[in-house]
Design a protein around this ligand. Sequence first.
Ligand SMILES: N[C@@H](CCC(=O)N[C@@H](CS)C(=O)NCC(=O)O)C(=O)O
Length: 249
Amino acid sequence: MAEYDLYYWPTIPGRGEFARLVLEAGGADYRDVARLPESEGGGVQSMLGIVEGRGTHRIPFAPPFLIHHDPIHGEIVVAQAAAIAAYCGERLGLAPQAEADRQFARSAALTTADLVAEAHDTHHPVATSLYYEDQKPEALRRAAEFRSERLPKFLGWYEAVLANDPSGGDFLAGGALSYADLGLFQAIEGLRYAFPRRMAAIEAGFPLTLALHRRVHAAPRLAAYLASPRRIPFNEDGIFRRYPELDGD
Ligand SMILES: N[C@@H](CCC(=O)N[C@@H](CS)C(=O)NCC(=O)O)C(=O)O
């Protein structure tokens, strides 16, 4: 048995990637359960069984969720991408120790989760249960607003945090790499995939944020993971989708 079992949809990076990056960068002993064959207890059905209450009484609302087989406390269930990233980061040496920095890292990760949700809503502004094609006029309006108002506001916030960081602005919290930085890295990757024209037009205005993205990309364990088949490419079933009509300068 692995120490950590991560459950997420097997064919998209999605919100699962925010947990996966922490597990990978932290060198965790983990299984990506829904990507394993059913003969090894894997597959989507094993994940849905838990969401439907057939695995633990601490039922997660939705993937991603994590089951940590903790040697001292037993089975610990954590759901919500940012909460999983924080939980793993704090156990794998990827979180600040000082209380103020620890809390700020959480705030940053949750802010990134908001950014991810807003990026998702550009292609599904009405309902996740409807096809994109059935909400296209609303998606066009939502995406235009996201590109012009929300995207620069979020990127400007990361930039301001780094510019004002007393440790030199290399990382979001505590002067060292944390799960909050990994989350920002993934958000930038996703935004570049989904909105290549808009990102090309504005990203030079956020140099500290881009430098952090490059720093994370080059981190030793992470660079190996990103080049491995474990890293699932972005695609049009995920959160960050490349629909050219939703992009623009
Ligand atoms: N706020 C949650 C959102 C979880 C979520 O929306 N998960 C999606 C996949 S990315 C899902 O499968 N949702 C099923 C549902 O909401 O019914 C998080 O950040 O983890």
